[in-house]
Design a protein around this ligand. Structure first.
Ligand code: ZN
Length: 494
C-alpha cells in the first residue's frame, strides 16, 4: 500500500513538474514575441499597388531562365532586364552606384552618411527555373505572361523570387523620392544563376571581399510568413531562415569480374553494390530534435497545448517528438542529414554480368554534419573495401553556419514583419533547399533568409510548379516592408 502511495506521489510530482515547465515555456515565448524594436522615422509611405504590380509584371515577362545546360541560356534577356530596371527605377540608377558583376549579376551601392559603418546587403536572384513543357497547358495564364488578373500577378518568378528583387528596387526608389539617406551604406545584390550554380552570388561576394567589405547583416530569399504550415501551430507564423542545409552527391561504385550470367560468382559488382546501398539506406544519419527546438521555443505562445507541453519538456518527450517527426519526409528532413539514392547504373544485357555497377547517393547535410563526417560514417556503414565512392564534381557544399537570433538585425526582421502582420510569432528555421545566402557567410555573420509574403500549402506547390502567382496586395506589402526595414537596418546602432 505504501509503495502505491509513493508511486502516486512521484507521479504527481512529475505531472506538476511537466506543467510548471510548460507554463514557463509559454511565458518565455510570449515575452520574446512582445519585445519589438522601434522603427525609424521615415516619411509615411504606402506603395501604389497597381503601379508596383505593373513593374513586377514587366519583369516577369522577361525570360531570365537558368538552364541546367548553360548553352541554352539567353544572355540578351538579362540585358533586357537590366535596361527595364534602369527605366523603371531612375532614382535608384542615379543615386546608387551600379555594377554588373560576373556575367549578369547586379550590385548596387547606396553610400551611407557614415562610411565607417559596415554596410548591409539585401539580395534576390534575377533568374527563374523554366516552366516545364508538359505542364504548360495547366497554367491558367502562360508562365511568362506576367498577367495581372483576379487580384494576382501570374508567372514564373512571382514567388521565386523576382518579387523580392522588384520590391527592393521599388522601396529604395520611394525612399530616395522621400528624401531619405541611409546612415549606413545599403547594398542590393542580385545574382543571375541561383537556380543552377550560384556563381553570380559567389562573384559578388568575392568582389566585396577583395574590397575588404564586411557586412553588418544581409537578407535573401528563404523563409516567409507561413499560413498553417507549421505542425501544431495555427494561423500565420513568420519563419526567418538562419541556416541552410549542405549538399553532397556521391558516386558509389563497384568493379568486379564481368562474366556470363549462367555461372555467376558468389558476389558480383551489382550484388555488392546492392548490399552497400541497402546498408546505406538502413543506417540513416542521427536525428537531432535540438535542431528545431529554437523554432518551437519561439512559437511556444501560439502552439497547440500538446506541442507546448512536448517542447517545454524535451527531456521527457524528446524521443516521442523525434519519432513523430521522422514519420514524414518533410519533417524528417528538418532534423537529420537525409540520404537518397537518386541514380542507378549497371549492365547492358540481360545475360551478362557487368564488371562495373554504380549509383549516385544525394545527401542534404544538417548544420553540424560536415562532408568529412558524412563520408567517414558512410565508409563505416558500408564496411566493404570493394565499394568505392567519391563526390560528383561540383556538387558539394557544407551546411551553412547558423546565424544568431539574439541580435538587432534578426529582431528588426521580425519587428518589421509585425508592423504588417500584427502579433506575428516569428522563429528561426533551417532552410532545406539552397539559396545564394550561404555564400555571404564569408563576409557576414548575420545572414538571414526572409521574403515578407504569406504562403500556404497550395502556394508552396506553385514554387517551381504550375500557376506560380502572388497577390497584388501581398506584393504591395513586400514593397512597404522593405521601405520600413531598410531604414531600420541602416541605423548607426545595429
Ligand atoms: Zn529562389
Amino acid at each position: 500500500m505504501q509503495i502505491v502511495g509513493l508511486i502516486l506521489a512521484l507521479l504527481l510530482i512529475l505531472v506538476a513538474f511537466v506543467f510548471i515547465r510548460t507554463f514557463l515555456f509559454i511565458r518565455k515565448a510570449s515575452l520574446e514575441n512582445g519585445s519589438d524594436l522601434p522603427g525609424v522615422d521615415v516619411p509615411e509611405f504606402h506603395a501604389d499597388r497597381d503601379a508596383a504590380a505593373k513593374h513586377l509584371s514587366e519583369v516577369i515577362q522577361i525570360e531570365t531562365i537558368s538552364h541546367e545546360d548553360p548553352t541554352e541560356n539567353v544572355p540578351e534577356n538579362f540585358e533586357k532586364l537590366h535596361k527595364l530596371l534602369a527605366k523603371n527605377y531612375p532614382l535608384v540608377y542615379k543615386t546608387l552606384k551600379h555594377e554588373v558583376v560576373g556575367d549578369a549579376s547586379l550590385l548596387f551601392t547606396w553610400p551611407g552618411k557614415d562610411l565607417s559603418l559596415d554596410p548591409v546587403l539585401l539580395a534576390a536572384h534575377q533568374d527563374v527555373v523554366p516552366a516545364e513543357g508538359s505542364s504548360l497547358s495547366q497554367w491558367t495564364y502562360p508562365p511568362f505572361s506576367g498577367k495581372i488578373a483576379e487580384g494576382f500577378i501570374w508567372g514564373r518568378g512571382t514567388l521565386d523570387i523576382k518579387s523580392q528583387l522588384v520590391s527592393l528596387l521599388e522601396s529604395v526608389e520611394a525612399l530616395i523620392a522621400n528624401g531619405y539617406q541611409p546612415e549606413r551604406t545599403v547594398m542590393l545584390g542580385f545574382g543571375s544563376d541561383e537556380e543552377v550554380m550560384g556563381v553570380g552570388a559567389k562573384a559578388i561576394v568575392a568582389l566585396l571581399q577583395k574590397r575588404g567589405v564586411h557586412l553588418a547583416a544581409m537578407v535573401d530569399e528563404g523563409g516567409s510568413v507561413y499560413d498553417g504550415l507549421i505542425p501544431g501551430v495555427k494561423g500565420l507564423t513568420g519563419a526567418i531562415g538562419v541556416a541552410e542545409k549542405g549538399y553532397l552527391s556521391l558516386r558509389v561504385w563497384v568493379d568486379d569480374h564481368a562474366g556470363h550470367s549462367s555461372t555467376p560468382a558468389e558476389s558480383t559488382a551489382t550484388s555488392t553494390l546492392i548490399r552497400a546501398l541497402n546498408r546505406i539506406v538502413d543506417h540513416p544519419y542521427p536525428a537531432k530534435v535540438s535542431m528545431i527546438s529554437p523554432m518551437f521555443e519561439k512559437y511556444g505562445a501560439v502552439a497547440s497545448p500538446v506541442m507546448q507541453m512536448a517542447f517545454g519538456n524535451l527531456w521527457l518527450f524528446g524521443g516521442v517528438i523525434k519519432k513523430i517527426l521522422l514519420k514524414s519526409g518533410e519533417t524528417a528532413a528538418t532534423i537529420r542529414t537525409t540520404t537518397a539514392v537518386t541514380i542507378l547504373r549497371g549492365g547492358v544485357k540481360d545475360n551478362i554480368i557487368p564488371g562495373h555497377a554504380e549509383a549516385v547517393v544525394n545527401f542534404r547535410l544538417l548544420p553540424g554534419d560536415t562532408i568529412a563526417y558524412v563520408c567517414d560514417r558512410l565508409r563505416k556503414v558500408i564496411a566493404d573495401d570493394r565499394v568505392q565512392f567519391e563526390p560528383v564534381r561540383g556538387n558539394a557544399w557544407e551546411a551553412s553556419p547558423v546565424s544568431p537570433i539574439d541580435c538587432d538585425p534578426y529582431r528588426h526582421l521580425a519587428s518589421t514583419a509585425r508592423e504588417f502582420f500584427p502579433d506575428l510569432p516569428c522563429a528561426p528555421y533551417i532552410m532545406l533547399g539552397g539559396s545564394d545566402a550561404r555564400n555571404y557567410y564569408a563576409i557576414c555573420e548575420n545572414v538571414y533568409r526572409f521574403s515578407p509574403y504569406s504562403m500556404n500549402d497550395e502556394d508552396l506547390g506553385r514554387v517551381h510548379g504550375v500557376n506560380e502567382r502572388l497577390s497584388v496586395e501581398a506584393f504591395g506589402v513586400m514593397v512597404d516592408y522593405f521601405y520600413r526595414l531598410i531604414p531600420r537596418w541602416s541605423q548607426k546602432e545595429l
